[in-house]
Design a protein around this ligand. Structure first.
Ligand code: BGC
Length: 385
């Protein structure tokens, strides 16, 4: 119905030689759905001359479902907001949903997106293994699916994957610890503890794997010692990446192995929410000198901690870059073309190797934050005070 109306308006606008915008803004936030538009799988497009400025302007129709995991973490709010802004600016209708880290909620939201006529889905999954069934419905309707940031596992319905180079995130964290402790030129031994992310998030294995590929040789050589003995992924995982879960595990480790003043030299934390939990635990109960703490995301609270010497580094993943890339992919797909990719080997989701675009993660610490976070316009200096 709305599609027809759009076509009529578009035809009218073309006849008048003026700009026509079919892509009306639609709803966002937890659980919301938008007033639908067309359900065609390949969007219509008309290029018309704009009177103002005389350049070529493009009016598209198409509805994009964007499923985000949670509003609890700063980054997903930014990811969602950036995607929504850019997609709308490109003329698309957007349904943006957050699922409060609840798998069933995310499945229902995706189902609604499929049934309300979304032409394409962009999904940052909560649990990469839980979307197979709902995505079968998308596949039946020929709705392309872009896995956003986190790979969706064991589903052949996933068309593309856009993310940051997750393995590289881990290696940068591992290299930082190696270089800061001068593991190649001092004898140690140094004490380290390991904290990674949610087992249902495929990324967590890449972050942890990348870091451990750097650190494991030093652990095997006895130069790095994990007093808790917890080195396996399943032992060091943090359910939901939750700050409080990382904190309570670290509390237990401190009281069992470091309460007597034993020095802890480094804590590998796969991201900022876990780093925050570790920092809280150390502040409450640890008496030795402050260890190296890694992170990822450059969340405001963590950048503040870096500036106050409580966190050593983070990884900057500019959500604007990822959002722009995904909008480019959406645009290409809805025009019937192929999305840009730069990796066709790494990300096997158990059923197929998913063609991927990997953005580059950037090392951040208190020495370069001004350049990468402030001068780039990501944050205002005031936000970090
Ligand atoms: C993302 C990280 C984020 C973590 C927790 C991962 O999938 O890649 O940037 O810190 O999820 O939300």
């Amino acid at each position: 119905m709305k599609k027809k109306l759009c076509s009529i308006l578009l035809a009218g606008a073309l006849a008048l030689g003026t700009l026509a915008g079919c892509g009306s803004a639609t709803g966002s936030t937890d659980g919301s759905t938008s007033a639908g538009s067309d359900s065609g799988k390949v969007s219509q497009e008309a290029s018309v001359s704009s009177e103002a400025g005389g350049q070529e302007a493009t009016t598209k129709t198409g509805k994009v479902g964007v499923a985000m995991p949670t509003k609890d973490l700063q980054r997903w709010n930014q990811d969602g907001a950036n995607m929504e802004k850019e997609l709308k600016a490109a003329g698309y209708d957007v349904v943006l949903d957050y699922a409060s880290n609840d798998i069933a909620t995310q499945v229902t939201q995706i189902e609604n997106m499929i049934n309300s006529g979304c032409d394409i889905l962009v999904i940052a999954s909560i649990d990469g293994d839980s979307l197979g069934t709902v995505l079968d419905q998308a596949k039946e309707k020929n709705i392309p699916v872009i896995a956003y940031d986190r790979l969706i596992m064991n589903s052949d319905a996933v068309t593309y994957y856009a993310t940051f180079d997750n393995y590289m995130v881990g290696t940068k964290q591992g290299e930082y610890i190696r270089d800061s402790l001068k593991l190649d030129s001092t004898s140690g031994p140094y004490n380290i503890e390991l904290v990674t992310g949610d087992p249902g998030d495929n990324n967590a294995r890449y972050f942890f794997g990348g870091a451990m590929d750097i650190l494991n040789p030093y652990i095997s050589a006895g130069k790095l010692v994990v007093k808790s003995g917890q080195t396996e992924f399943k032992e060091v995982a943090t359910a939901s990446w939750a700050t409080e879960n990382a904190q309570s595990r670290m509390d237990a480790i401190i009281s069992a192995y470091y309460a007597d003043g034993t020095q802890l030299d480094a804590v590998l934390c796969s991201n900022d929410s876990t780093a925050l939990g570790v920092t809280n635990a150390l502040e409450a109960n640890y008496v030795g000198s402050w260890p190296i703490i890694t992170g990822q995301d450059c969340d405001v609270a963590n950048v503040k901690n870096m500036l106050n010497d409580k966190q050593s580094m983070s990884i900057f993943k500019d959500t604007r870059t990822l959002a722009s890339k995904v909008v480019e992919m959406v645009d290409a797909i809805l025009k019937g073309g192929e999305a840009p990719v730069n990796d066709t080997e790494t990300y096997n989701n158990g059923v197929k190797v998913v063609p991927s675009f990997l953005c580059e993660p950037v090392f951040a610490d208190k020495n370069n934050y001004k350049k990468i976070l402030i001068e780039s316009g990501y944050y205002k200096e005031d936000e970090l005070k």
